[in-house]
Design a protein around this ligand. Structure first.
Ligand SMILES: [Mn+2]
Length: 299
């Protein structure tokens, strides 16, 4: 019975689940400690997940509270094709260890990991599973935390446009040239694919703007000061005026393309981290320290 449930979730590939113990966390790493960390849209179980960058993030950052704001595991994709490298195990392991070390970990499943929503209210290995949460910042703001697919029904008319990314746009621009060579050979007039694409990208930008407003207004209606969500893979901070009150909209981005996290400092100040930039800064600092040590040695 149990194995039937599992194969329903993972197809016929349960046997390929890695059984070797996860690589241990580097010891003595001084983690920068924040009051709160939010991450979402990790999409474990897909090739798109930037597991190495997320492991680096987890090895350098710690917090009193950590919110996992949905689409952490991609159950949709796993059902179709089993993909679970050891690095994805390492991430789950690190988060479990974090909970055991005393970080309050709140997991709010999204639409890609909605199978965990049935466990709302339960705790697994110290990880609280919630449908949504309220977070009080150090300076007394109350924020609503949810994944954000709750608004898909409202946004349905242009939902698909969210997936038209920059990359797809550039690819289309390239295709345009080839397409028109063929059209020319067939004696057909020039047709601008890129113009059509540009229109779609413009719509995607409009979609994101509209989504942010819809979510912020819903938070305003709930009487809170702001909202933290994920879902659309676009890290952003904006404020919207709703009934004369400023409502904060925070999106913590994703670990597929952006590799972003949202953090709250101990004074309540919040910041969106773009992790590749943080790594670049760290490397530069390390190089500077090495250089000054070399200079001292040479002197
Ligand atoms: Mn989602």
């Amino acid at each position: 019975m149990h194995s039937a449930d599992l194969s329903d979730l993972f197809g016929d590939n349960v046997a390929s689940f890695p059984l070797n113990p996860p690589a241990s966390e580097p010891e003595g790493n001084a983690r920068h400690r924040y009051r709160t960390v939010w991450i979402s849209d990790v999409h474990l179980g897909t090739r798109g997940c930037n597991a190495d960058l997320l492991i680096d993030f987890l090895d350098h950052v710690d917090s009193e509270t950590m919110y996992l704001v949905g689409d952490i595991i991609d159950g949709w994709r796993l059902k179709k094709k089993f993909y679970w490298p050891t690095t994805h195990n390492d991430i789950v392991w690190r988060i479990m260890k974090r909970a055991r070390r005393g970080t309050r970990v709140v997991y709010i499943p999204g639409n890609h990991d909605e199978m965990f929503r049935q466990f709302t209210g339960l705790n697994f290995g110290g990880i609280e599973i919630r449908r949504a949460a309220f977070h009080d910042t150090a300076d007394g703001r109350r924020l609503m935390v949810l994944h954000g697919d709750e608004f898909d029904a409202v946004m349905l008319s242009h939902r698909w446009l969210a997936f038209v990314g920059d990359h797809a746009y550039h690819l289309m621009m390239k295709c345009n040239h080839a397409l028109n060579a063929v059209r020319r050979a067939l004696g057909k007039p020039y047709w601008s694919l890129s113009k059509a694409a540009k229109h779609k990208v413009k719509n995607a930008v409009e979609f994101i703007g509209k989504y942010e407003e819809v979510v912020a207004r819903a938070a305003g209606e709930c009487g809170v000061d702001g909202v933290v969500c994920g879902h659309i893979h676009t890290a952003e901070f904006r404020t919207f005026l709703h009934d004369g009150r400023a409502i904060e909209y925070w999106n913590d981005g994703d670990w597929v393309e952006g590799c972003n996290a949202l953090v709250e400092h101990h004074d309540g100040r919040m910041e969106i981290l773009h992790w590749p930039d943080e790594i670049k800064r760290r490397r530069a600092d390390e190089a500077a320290t090495d250089a000054s040590a070399d200079a001292r040695e040479a002197a």
